[in-house]
Design a protein around this ligand. Sequence first.
Ligand SMILES: Nc1ncnc2c1ncn2[C@@H]1O[C@H](COP(=O)(O)OP(=O)(O)OP(=O)(O)O)[C@@H](O)[C@H]1O
Length: 318
Amino acid sequence: METAAIIELDNLCKTYGGHRAVDHLSLSIQKGEIFGLLGPNGAGKTTTILMMLGLTEPTSGVVRVCGIDPVRNPIEVKRKVGYLPDDVGFYPHMTGMENLLYTAALNGIPRAEAEKRAWELLEKVKLTDAAHKKTGTYSRGMRQRLGLADVLMKRPDVIILDEPTLGIDPEGVRELLRLIRDLSRHEGITVLLSSHQLHHVQQICDRVGLFVGGRLLAEGNIERLAQQLFLQDAYVIHVVASPLDDRLLVKIEAIPGVNKVERTETGLDVYCQTDVSAAISQTIIEAGSSLFHLSRRDFGLDEIYHRYFEGRDGREGE
Ligand SMILES: Nc1ncnc2c1ncn2[C@@H]1O[C@H](COP(=O)(O)OP(=O)(O)OP(=O)(O)O)[C@@H](O)[C@H]1O
């Protein structure tokens, strides 16, 4: 990905009374990236988003969104950034189309252009058939999709989504995630996503940041995070071979980089710092055994999150 940072946070702090909600946060997000903000309740995610939107002032540090300082130019930032809260509210007595046209009017978009854009967006979010229905009759999934169309009316460079998939059925989630990915891939829109739905985050985010107690504890793509967080046992390699006697097990344990070998119902799990798959297969074959299966198990975000936050709850909100 190219180097144009569209969101830059440098040593950002926000203190409420004596409580530091965001603590020296530095982060840079590139154009077109989908970045996931993860962390337990009270970790400082919403406060960070509010500072990016110019809705709350940092106590210290720097925020730049599309090169703009939201503290000095909140209106300019709002023009470039679309924010979709977790439960978006529309005027229930107005139709989906009327709501979009209302947003367009607020953003100074001429009526003819607004209508054309609204139809395009309603088609994109698959709401064409519901365009003339009152939003009071929309399901939650439909409201979220209309919400996405709504933030896209002003052609933003960045969209910030807070729990966009909460309470939506699996088919609706699939559709919403596909839409978000398309916006990033085909339109170069930068997406910041705050969510507790780890498997959704994992499906679409290029990078994630783990927040706790106002601090960014780790960030990167899922594989890098796993390596950063699990350090010692960054890889687990599952091996099925026969015969698999204790002598062979000792030989595998002796391979440089292997930390621990555990017998499982079907074979062995080899915990290691680097991917030693090739050395394992060579060792098995040289020992005269047959290798039936060898696969590297990658850590999912669920596992990263739970292993990482295990026993850390007491540190929340410090
Ligand atoms: N307006 C406020 N006044 C005082 N304290 C606040 C205010 N807003 C947030 N906080 C505190 O700042 C900390 C961070 O809150 P924040 O809402 O940013 O967390 P979060 O990560 O978004 O949590 P959640 O996942 O629950 O939305 C919390 O301890 C919260 O109580």
